[in-house]
Design a protein around this ligand. Sequence first.
Ligand code: PBG
Length: 342
Amino acid sequence: MSAKAMGVSLASFPALRLRRLRRTEWLRRLVAEHRLDAADLIQPLFVCEGRRHREPVPSLPGIERLSVDLLPAAVERCAELGIPAVALFPATPPERKSEGAEEAWNPDNLVCRAIREIKRHVPEVGIIGDVALDPYTTHGQDGLVRDGVVLNDETLVALQRQAVTLAAAGCDIVAPSDMMDGRIRAVREALDREGFAETVVLSYAAKYASAFYGPFRDAVGSRAALGTADKKTYQMSPANVQEALREVALDVAEAADMVMVKPGLPYLDVVRAVKEHFGLPTLVYHVSGEYAMVKAAGRLGWLDAEACLRECLLAFKRAGADAILTYAAMEVAARLAEERGA
Ligand code: PBG
């Protein structure tokens, strides 16, 4: 932008001093272009078997897996803090995993029980359920595998069953995170056919084959299953941004209600591009590794973790994100409430 376009041709230093508007806290607040709001945050929650059982996830400091009976209290807390929705992820017991991921459409699987329990106690909070097979497969891939290849079209049928099972349990938003081609159309068709026309589809449209998912895989227990394999034949290459727009265009054509970019911070350019091109609700996933590295540095005394997390979330807003899935949702929302004097 030229100096003239920026309005600095008539007045400039010393008459114009940009520091004038940074002088006090109230002035800085007054001219803030973006602000954090609990209403834009989504808390991911990990569910495990057991009763009154909570297990810390060592690589995700501050995050615990909770048994189904403990979830309503956690979600109640989200409601109090003004967090509109939670995203559920199951730590499926190894004996329930299989080659064909059949547990994914068991109406009594962990995540379905969790959905029913939450809806019974805190119906006003939205529930997002992941659609992908990795919590349920012995090989840890998001799709069905034959001869070492992740199968596309065969996986779509499994994803349809999983999505319908989630919707039937009361899930408000199903979120395909598997990156198979054609899954949004397949899932939408299955939902509509089974009477779930109101169920929202949130597409993990631009999901990259990222090394930042490590702690998440610990939390759901898919890291060991996956071993040295990777997801590069279906998740996107970190080198590409034009391709992300093609992915989103297809998902929009297949009737996705909202799209997501994942991971977050290393892909702010993608968030911006998607929001500008399509203008539809654009979410971003501040993933496990992004959260863990800030927390780890905080524990070492190398960073102020709370300030860094807030700065990250604000960066998502600045890039154009409408909402943010983040492990920091509850802690940041609690601090925002405190600051409001609530
Ligand atoms: C599984 C899934 C992953 C995440 C969300 N859903 C991991 C993966 O693709 O291996 C990652 C979330 C995070 O790292 O916080 N389909």
